[in-house]
Write a protein of this length. Structure first.
Length: 86
């Protein structure tokens, strides 16, 4: 592991690589969650029905709930969503 001890404005490739590795995964997850939340707020009106699979990403379910959606959970099989459960 590389430890960067200087805190100046030196924008070296080593510093950028370190920061990208340290923050990259967390930033992608936060970005995904914020994107889902924003989309839910724009597209969903209170009382709208949103269908999700049983193994839905929990922050997505929460974003839909906060937007006022009625959440319907549908099971999965080898072919994807069990549409007969709709």
């Amino acid at each position: 592991m590389t430890v960067i001890t200087r805190c100046d404005n030196d924008d070296t490739p080593l510093r950028r690589t370190y920061i990208q590795r340290r923050l990259g995964r967390e930033r992608r997850i936060v970005g995904l969650t914020v994107g889902i939340y924003v989309a839910a707020r724009v597209l969903i009106r209170p009382g709208d029905c949103v269908v999700v699979e049983e193994l839905t990403y929990p922050p997505a379910r929460e974003a839909f709930r906060v937007a006022g959606a009625e959440i319907v959970t549908v099971g999965l099989d080898a072919n994807g969503l069990k549409v007969d459960e709709l």
